[in-house]
Design a binder for this molecule. Structure first.
Ligand code: FES
Ligand SMILES: [Fe+2]
Length: 331
């Protein structure tokens, strides 16, 4: 729900997640705290206040709340604090520079639901690209996009197009537990423009194995291995996580972490800008236009045409609905 470096010491960061306004800050021992961003006195956003001795001081009348959410200081009268005066605190974990929050019942916070970022272990800062985009679209549309390689041939002609190979290939789809995995094996085909310069023989055909894996509800891993017959030991490898945090029903915070073993000479910000161009200047406007055109209506109620090759997206959508329904309170 945030990058670790967004939460600077002495700084309050406001962010909305699942339609809940939250405030993030660092306590005195630099642990990250996440609280409901609404003061229980007159409902002022706590993020408009300040940090005092590792606690948030409301900018309206000065109540202070610690990282546990409890009120720890009352400037009024004798300073007594009524029992239970608190804001909600949310469990969180820092992992490879990202902060993950658990919005449900704290008793159910389960570290095994955190994404697997082991592909970043041992990486130097030069190996890893990080990015953030806020997209005015429901997160299901972004999952759809990330599991849909065929759009690269049309929406990303300058960087990621395979000249139609993705669309012609019907990928293998595996579905188990809360995961849907889609595998493309492309043989002896031209490569994407963004990859071509790093091949042993640029311009010559290559083989590629691309795996798009959704782990419900909102993580997508994309891995790519590209090689040529002339030097099968030289494999261009990329591994990435795409983490989607719903801000609301109509907007999504989207973070990515990418590690590659090629294109390591250009400065990291230049490489990140290249990725952000594809995601931010090509995917994002299309997704926002799609969301607008759907007008908040249910995807299936709009009776979308389902094409061959859409299987992974359809299965993921249906499974996600099951996961969401399973979390609804039983009547
Ligand atoms: S609104 Fe926060 S102390 Fe009054
Ligand atoms: Fe895309």
């Amino acid at each position: 729900m945030a990058r670790v470096d967004e939460v600077e010491p002495e700084h309050l960061l406001a962010r909305r997640v699942l339609d809940e306004p939250l405030v993030l800050f660092r306590e005195n021992d630099s642990t990250i705290a996440i609280l409901e961003d609404t003061c229980p006195h007159r409902f002022a956003p706590l993020s408009l206040g300040r940090l005092r001795d590792g606690a948030v001081e409301c900018g309206y009348h000065g109540l202070r709340f610690s990282g546990t959410g409890s009120c720890v200081f009352n400037p009024r009268a004798d300073g007594s604090i009524q029992p239970g005066l608190a804001v909600r605190a949310y469990p969180s974990v820092e992992l490879h520079g990202l902060i993950f929050v658990w919005m449900g019942d704290p008793a159910n916070a389960d570290p095994s639901k955190l994404p697997d970022l082991s592909f970043l272990d041992g990486a130097s800062s030069n190996d890893v690209l990080t990015g953030y985009l806020r997209t005015e679209a429901n997160y299901e549309l972004i999952i759809d996009n990330l599991l849909d390689a065929s759009h690269a041939d049309f929406l990303h002609p300058g960087l990621l197009s395979t000249g139609g190979a993705y669309g012609r290939h019907v990928p293998k789809v595996d579905y188990a537990g809360d995961e849907v995995c889609e595998t493309f094996m492309l043989e002896n085909l031209p490569t994407q423009p963004a990859v071509t310069p790093y091949l042993s023989e640029p311009g010559k055909p290559a083989h590629q194995k691309m795996v798009f894996r959704w782990v419900g509800p909102s993580f997508v891993y994309i891995s790519g291995d590209i090689w040529q017959d002339s030097d099968p030991s030289r494999v261009l490898i990329s591994r990435s996580l795409h983490a989607l945090t719903p801000e609301s029903n109509g907007a999504t915070h989207y973070w990515f972490k990418i590690r590659r073993n090629y294109d390591l000479e250009r400065p990291v910000p230049n490489r990140e800008a290249g990725v952000l161009y594809a995601f931010g200047q090509e995917d994002k406007p299309m997704l926002e236009a799609v969301a607008k055109r759907m007008g908040g209506k249910n995807f299936w109620d709009l009776r979308p045409a389902v094409l061959q090759g859409d299987n992974a997206q359809v299965i993921a959508r249906r499974h996600l609905r099951k996961m969401v329904n399973a979390e609804q309170p039983q009547s």
